[in-house]
Design a protein around this ligand. Structure first.
Ligand code: AMP
Ligand code: ZN
Length: 473
């Protein structure tokens, strides 16, 4: 499989360290609010990657953190802790906010068929691990204590900007964010590993540490949680593109300084979903969530299809018109599948081989989901048995996760019910016709008999000047 690696900025053959195991780490949500559908685009693409690796025969071990402390409103270690901001907004405790929005996140994932990773770890559960990492970093000379905080010393590295070699000037945090440089830092790019001072006064969650009571920085969480569950090497690390700098850059700096060797081979970054204003944000009033889509009558699967229709390395523009198109395509797709007649057939049938090969080729080529969908449409058009088509659709849906067979079965069931409903109507009409004929022939006994038969069926007749009207009891 060819996969784009942000580290080498090329598509590379994906080879895990110890096949068939793939160790995959994903930056989880910061649980101070609902996830917006932009966040969920990243998780949908990562879900397809995980499922395709499984489809291709790998045994994926996937870990995700939940950021419930330490993520400040600016990635540049300034501003307020996002969790505290959420707690203040809702007059609740940080832990209540974290529990509520963690559940809400996995509800959204369930609706979008995003598989929950095998291991999900809130950052507040691994404080001892973070402290240990920081201690070792200080011991090795990579970290220093200054004016109440512990910082990572980026000048100790041969190379800090691993993802954006040509943009170093622009990326200096102070310059980029337009914030004042923290005077306690030795270098502008140094970042906080442990806070005891910054924005500390009203921080709700704090722990004892060798450097005083405080809390961990956001970046150290992902290094600590990944190493706790996946050990000293990783095959793939995922996240949205905004995480590449500074978050992932800092994760690499501290992890490799700690380990003394390379940490993660592949970096998978999903480009953003933008709304009409250009940027998705959780701070704007009624922001785009899965529940908002549902309230407006959209099936979450329409949004999943919308995401799969474009490549993960392209920015995707959200608009209601675009979503309407995706919803119409989804409905049509399900109707076409519902029109297939279930019967014998295996996904391994030779007649299906070219379509399966096209599907695999598309996903092997840097996870080209839109071409994988083309393989599905080509299969639907193909001149092969419906039973085989349905089996292959089920096989593809192990990766696409669009509920293809389930939704089609529902449509089929509904159609059967409707035709069953129509059946009695046809029977009623025939009986009424017989009764009218009997009345015409002045055979009133027969007319009454038929009226009683209908009554037993729950049908009431009314003779009107326009003819007989009927209704169910
Ligand atoms: P957060 O909850 O802010 O920590 O973000 C959760 C995930 O969503 C991270 O992987 C981010 O990189 C990603 N993300 C944030 N905004 C967007 C967006 N507009 N489109 C796609 N992914 C995003
Ligand atoms: Zn992370």
């Amino acid at each position: 499989m060819l996969l784009y690696n942000s580290l080498s900025r090329t598509r590379e053959e994906f080879v895990p360290n110890n096949p068939p195991v793939v160790k995959m780490y994903t930056c989880g949500p910061t649980v101070y609010h609902y996830a917006h559908i932009g966040n969920l685009r990243s998780y949908i693409c990562e879900d397809v990657l995980e499922k395709y690796l499984r489809y291709a025969g790998y045994d994926v071990k996937r870990v995700m953190n939940i950021t419930d402390v330490g993520h400040l409103t600016s990635d540049a270690d300034t501003g307020e802790d996002k969790m505290l901001k959420g707690a203040k907004r809702e007059h609740k405790s940080v832990m209540d906010i974290a529990a509520f929005y963690t559940d809400a996140f996995f509800d959204d994932c369930r609706k979008l068929n995003i598989r929950k990773p095998d291991t999900v770890q809130p950052a507040t559960g691994c404080i001892a691990e973070f402290i240990h990492l920081i201690e070792v970093l200080i011991e090795k000379g990579y970290a220093y204590f200054s004016e109440g905080n512990v910082y990572f010393d980026t000048a100790k590295l041969d190379e800090y900007y691993v993802f954006n070699k040509h943009e170093q000037e622009n990326l200096v945090i102070g310059a980029r964010e337009g914030v004042e440089m923290d005077k306690a830092k030795r270098n502008p790019t140094d970042f906080v590993l442990w806070f005891t001072k910054s924005k500390f006064e009203d921080q709700e969650l704090k722990w004892d540490s060798p450097w005083g009571v405080g809390y961990p920085g956001w970046h150290i969480e992902c290094s600590g949680i990944s190493m706790k569950y996946l050990g000293e090497d990783l095959d793939i690390h995922c996240g949205g593109i905004d995480n590449a700098f500074p978050h992932h850059t800092n994760e690499i700096a501290q992890s490799e300084a700690y380990l003394g060797h390379k940490w993660c081979n592949f970096w998978f970054h999903v480009m953003h979903l933008n709304d009409e204003t250009g940027k998705m944000s959780k701070s704007k009033g009624d922001f785009l969530t899965v529940s908002l889509l549902e309230r407006k009558g959209y099936d979450p699967m329409a949004y999943r299809l919308f995401c799969l229709g474009s490549h993960y390395r392209r920015t995707l523009a959200f608009s209601w018109a675009n979503l309407d198109n995706a919803a119409a395509s989804y409905k049509k797709l399900i109707e076409r599948i519902a029109n297939l007649t279930p019967g014998e057939g295996s996904a391994d049938d030779v007649s299906a081989a070219p379509y399966k090969a096209a599907f695999k080729e598309a996903l092997d080529n840097d996870l080209n989901t839109s071409l994988a969908l083309t393989a599905l449409y080509d299969l639907l058009k193909a001149d092969i048995a419906d039973g085989v088509k349905l089996a292959v659709i089920g096989d593809f849906d192990r990766v696409l996760s669009l509920n293809l067979l389930e939704a089609a079965a529902k449509v089929r069931e509904k159609k059967t019910e409707e035709s069953a409903d129509e059946q009695p109507d046809a029977e009623v009409a025939a009986l009424i016709e017989e009764r009218t004929a009997a009345k015409k022939a002045k055979n009133y006994a027969e007319a009454d008999r038929i009226r009683n038969v209908l009554k037993e069926m729950g049908i009431l007749l009314t003779d009107t000047p326009q003819g007989v009207k009927w209704q169910r009891e």
